[in-house]
Write a protein that binds this ligand. Structure first.
Ligand code: C5P
Length: 220
């Protein structure tokens, strides 16, 4: 069989990661969390004292971090210059700075190249989750899904994941990040014209997984 390429995009808190991982595991496909890559390069910028408010400074060092993503859905890994950053990329500091870093075109060009090469080398296929996968990174994907959910549902899911964050603060931060991601010039968060939109507000995770698995099987 031909490798199958699945693009899953949408704002944060729609269940993208849980869905993508489960679908990949169930179908024996590789898995790539592109948000983790943008978080990893943001972690590198913060660690190296780069001024996040200076796009020129960010662009100048966009190629410096060596980001390696493991694509096993059962054990997703991410390292920067050989350092395991799976934990540090989830801090509130990185989360609050990632939109500014990922808006810089040189950063996007660099990360997009990594994503395309991982997708091209996936033997049975891959599930790639992000914001611009269906529109920009893999426009020829076999299946494109765009996940949505109400802001309330998204904030509730996110604050369940993050320790010590209250619902209101999480909701405000999430809305701010989505607005930044949707309004940037280079490959903003957007639904591809040929993407299937799934509103997950009133669905359980298993229902969303089942829905996506069925759609992938129809394409194989
Ligand atoms: O998915 P996650 O919330 O971890 O993504 C973190 C951030 O990475 C997003 O808010 C966005 O700024 C950036 N991102 C992006 N393009 C992608 C995936 C994530 O710009 N394909």
């Amino acid at each position: 069989a031909q490798p199958v390429i699945v693009a899953i995009d949408g704002p944060s808190g729609t269940g993208k990661s849980s869905t993508s991982k489960a679908v990949a595991a169930q179908l024996g496909l590789s898995y790539l969390d592109t948000g983790a890559q943008y978080r990893a390069i943001t972690w590198w910028m913060v660690t190296n004292g780069i001024d996040i408010d200076d796009p020129t400074a960010i662009a100048a060092v966009a190629g410096k971090a060596d980001i390696v993503s493991g694509t096993d859905p059962a054990h997703p890994t991410i390292t920067v210059d050989g350092v395991d950053v799976a934990g540090p990329i989830r801090t509130q500091e990185v989360t609050s700075k990632v939109s500014a870093v990922s808006a810089v075109p040189e950063v996007r060009a660099r990360i997009t190249e990594l994503q395309r090469s991982l997708a091209a080398s996936a033997e049975t296929g891959i599930v790639v989750e992000g914001r611009d996968i269906g529109t920009t990174v893999l426009p020829d994907a076999d299946l494109k899904i765009f996940l949505t959910a109400s802001p309330e549902a998204r904030a509730a899911r996110r604050s369940g994941e993050l320790k010590g964050a209250d619902l209101h603060t999480t909701r405000e931060a999430l809305i701010k990040r989505d607005a930044a991601d949707s309004s940037r010039k280079t490959s903003p968060l957007a639904k591809a014209g040929d993407a299937v939109e799934v509103d997950t507000t009133d669905l359980t995770l298993s229902q969303v997984i089942e829905c996506v698995v069925t759609l992938v099987e129809e394409k194989r």
